[in-house]
Design a protein around this ligand. Structure first.
Ligand code: FPP
Length: 236
């Protein structure tokens, strides 16, 4: 969700005005996904690197985050959204971490959509934590080193219980992944737009879906193989 700061700058307003407009774009995006039947939406709200921003911006973002949690969770629950957080929760103030836990517990049984919010999240940190979990099992004697493979590691990264993302959207003009779901995005389709995050609306998101719909996902196979697998079977 990139471009909040520049959106504010263009209007000669403080960066936080951009973040607040960004929070409204979050609501619009959730509405859009619910309307289109998108099963899972993962938002990169705050990276592990974002802790290094000026302290007043970090503090204000935490306040915004806390306010959004207090305001929106009831409504999300009412609409059947399961809310979860990925990232290093230990770095948040206890008041925020507790509200994250509560929001997760309250919405755990919802099935309309899973909204995952990456907060204090880093893709490398995610993979390192998974490697550490496996190393601990080896040290405890419950796992052999030769049992470590893609599947074993993949069971310990964030969102391991979810299908990998089909589509990655980055706003704000930069064409990088910036340490987002590095493991999980291996075969995701990437879509970039110059639109700044606070300006994202249904039309922009629809453009991303339309572009996605026209792509051929081969997962390392050939076009012919993909076509053969998709064709209806001629055997009864
Ligand atoms: C990146 O834009 C945005 C952030 C670091 C914060 C995102 C937070 C929100 C949208 C608000 C709250 C979110 C939730 C889920 C309640 P930037 O500041 O890097 O923009 P710039 O590149 O233009 O400076």
């Amino acid at each position: 969700m990139d471009g909040n700061g520049r959106w504010a700058q263009q209007r000669r307003r403080p960066r936080m005005i951009g973040h607040r407009a960004g929070a409204r774009a979050v609501n619009r995006s959730i509405d859009f996904c619910l309307e289109r039947g998108v099963g899972a939406l993962t938002l990169f709200a705050f990276s592990s690197e974002n802790w290094g921003r000026p302290q007043d911006e970090v503090d204000s973002l935490m306040k915004l985050f806390l306010g959004a949690l207090d305001r929106e969770v009831d409504e999300l629950h009412r609409r059947g959204v399961r809310v979860r957080f990925i990232g290093d929760r230990s770095r948040f103030a206890a008041s925020i971490a507790q509200r994250m836990d509560k929001a997760e517990q309250r919405t755990a049984g919802n099935t309309a959509m899973t909204l995952s919010i990456a907060a204090s999240y880093g893709g490398r940190q995610d993979i390192a934590a998974a490697a550490r979990a496996l190393a601990e099992q080896v040290a405890a004697g419950t796992l052999l080193p030769e049992q470590i493979d893609e599947q074993a590691l993949g069971q310990h990264v964030a969102l391991a219980d979810m299908p990998p993302p089909d589509l990655f959207i980055r706003t704000g003009g930069d064409t990088r992944i910036s340490n987002f779901l590095l493991w999980q995005l291996a075969y995701s389709e990437l879509w970039f737009t110059d639109v700044l995050w606070p300006d994202v609306d249904a039309a922009v998101l629809q453009q991303a879906l339309d572009d996605y719909a026209g792509r051929e996902r081969r997962f390392g196979l050939t076009s012919a193989q993909i076509a053969a697998n998709a064709a209806p079977s001629t055997h009864s």
